[in-house]
Design a protein around this ligand. Sequence first.
Ligand code: NAG
Length: 249
Amino acid sequence: MNIIKMIFILSIFSNYFSIKGDLPTEIKKCPAGDEVCISTLITQILRTYPKGVPSIGLDAVDVIHFTDVVVAEADSSTPVQLNLKFNTLTVRGFENTTILHAVGFDKDLEQPFELSGWIPLLQLNGEYEASGRVLLLPVQGTGEAELQLKDCKFKCKVRAAEDQRNGGKLYAKITKVKCVVDVKGLHVNFQNLFNDQALSDSMNQLININWQDVWHTMGKGINKAVDQVSYSLLSRVALKLPYDDFYLN
Ligand SMILES: *[C@@H]1O[C@H](CO)[C@@H](O)[C@H](O)[C@H]1NC(C)=O
């Protein structure tokens, strides 16, 4: 056997072994279909491993970085008159998620999964660009922004397909994630609106007083961002952790 062939075969083996993941041994697995156990299990994984679990492909959840997040886009066919984009965005707080319901976690992958729960506080920081109108008033600015989303309730519907791989293990392939997020409070601080500190302060104050109306403008964009991050987190885990190995039985 020549050396090239040997390296090729070795690399296939090492890939095979590094791809297949398993839950950390300290995590107690649940029987398939046990909603209470699975809700607790997912909550526990997020709390115990805020920095992620590389062996199952789970990325850090305590600090998640994004670029180019469009939160609102002015559209003549809707009442939205605001363009709001984050060139960079860091989201903190997913590690404190409590999963309340985990439906559909059984051996049948074709049924949709449903995950619902709440997060006490999501802290968003980034570089924003805004133009258009909010609360009927013109806004214009670029700079640093901080947003706090309080008491976030979410419900995500996840669809997956079977991915039967060599070696007989069944993996899940995430095909769709759709989330609905609602908040009990929103507090913003957009710095440098209109290049003017005093105007910026009063605009932020106005937004914070009328946060519910502002949430209606931004909620759709935030939902979409949540869909994307959930999809990417779940897909990476599904790629690495065999679906069968998630359960006890
Ligand atoms: C998450 O919960 C811990 C413990 O209650 C708290 O110290 C921390 O500030 C929370 N993180 C966020 C981003 O709210």
